[in-house]
Structure formats: structure tokens, C-alpha cells
Design a protein around this ligand. Structure first.
Ligand code: MTE
Ligand code: MO
Length: 150
């Protein structure tokens, strides 16, 4: 998962939103998707710059029926979280002034999440969906039935 910078930076935002968007590095790095934050004071085990997931919501405007968000990674890993759980979440996109060496193009950070496994690396698609309100957050590799601690 290192040295992926030869791949284009692209994060697709899809599903139950008013404005589906293709996020480029400059959108985040130039502050067009919200204020840029140093993550270390918020998540001491990480370094680099991020935007708040909630500030992205202002741009893409989730529809009323959206309840959950699926973060799809380039290695087929994915996590599904409720919009409520994503309140404090961050999208890490830059370290040492450069695109990520690990987790490129963006990494989801869930500071108060129930598992470190929710910190999805290499997110390439953010998909807004509707699911039963009681459906809890999950993670794992696609097409693998049991979701357990990896
Ligand atoms: N894309 C992707 N993200 C992922 C994983 C993965 O296999 N692929 N593993 C998850 C799990 S189970 C954990 S514990 C953490 C590990 O993060 P680290 O590589 O920074 O230690 O990443 C999470 N994010
Ligand atoms: Mo994990």
C-alpha cells in the first residue's frame, strides 16, 4: 500500500446525495471541501492533514433517506457506518505536504469508533445508502461473509 502516487487521485462520491462528486486532491488541499485540520491533536496516533466528513456533507448534500455510508477501498476492503457514527470522522489526505504514501488517496479516521478497523485506507468511493436504522457499522473484505476482527 505504499508508493501509489502514480495512480490518479480520485474519490467518487455516489448514491443518495444531491450532488454526486469526483473529489480531486486539489479540492481537499485548497480547502474547497472544508477547513483543513491537523489530525494529531484529534487523533494522536496519526499525523497529517484532514477535512471533517461533516464539512464534505455541506458540498454533496445527502438526501433525507440516506442513513449509512459505505467506504470502498481500492483493495476491496470496505466499511459501512451510520451517518451518526460519522459525526466526528475525518478524511486524511495529506502528510508532509504531499498526498498519502500509505492510505492514498484518502483514509477514513473514526476517532471514537468501536474498532480501529473502521479507519479505512485507500478510500476510492464514498457511497450514501439507505439501510435499516438498527443496522450497526461493519467492515471487512467484499464477498466475505463473516465480519470479524482482522
Ligand atoms: N483498505 C484497507 N483499509 C483497512 C484495512 C485493510 O485491510 N484495507 N484494514 C483495517 C484494519 S482491520 C485495521 S486494524 C487498520 C490497520 O491500520 P494500519 O495499517 O495503519 O495499522 O486498517 C483498517 N483499514
Ligand atoms: Mo483491525
Amino acid at each position: 500500500m505504499t508508493n501509489e502516487q502514480e495512480k490518479p487521485f480520485l474519490v467518487e462520491v455516489r448514491g443518495l446525495v444531491d450532488r454526486e462528486t469526483d473529489l480531486q486532491y486539489a479540492d481537499l488541499a485548497e480547502g474547497r471541501t472544508g477547513p483543513i485540520l491537523d489530525v494529531t491533536p484529534i487523533v494522536p496516533t496519526f499525523s497529517g492533514n484532514a477535512i471533517r466528513f461533516t464539512s464534505l456533507l455541506e458540498t454533496i448534500r445527502p438526501q433525507k433517506d440516506a442513513t449509512h455510508v459505505i467506504f470502498h477501498a481500492s483493495d476491496e476492503f470496505q466499511a459501512t457506518l451510520t451517518l451518526t457514527e460519522l459525526d466526528g470522522a475525518l478524511l486524511l489526505f495529506q502528510q508532509d505536504g504531499q498526498p498519502l504514501q500509505k492510505g492514498f488517496p484518502v483514509r477514513l479516521l473514526v476517532p471514537n469508533g468501536w474498532s480501529d478497523c473502521l479507519n479505512v485506507k485507500s478510500v476510492v468511493k464514498i457511497e450514501f445508502v439507505q439501510a435499516a436504522p438498527e443496522q450497526k457499522s461493519t467492515f471487512g473484505f467484499k464477498n466475505v461473509v463473516p465480519v470479524k476482527e482482522l
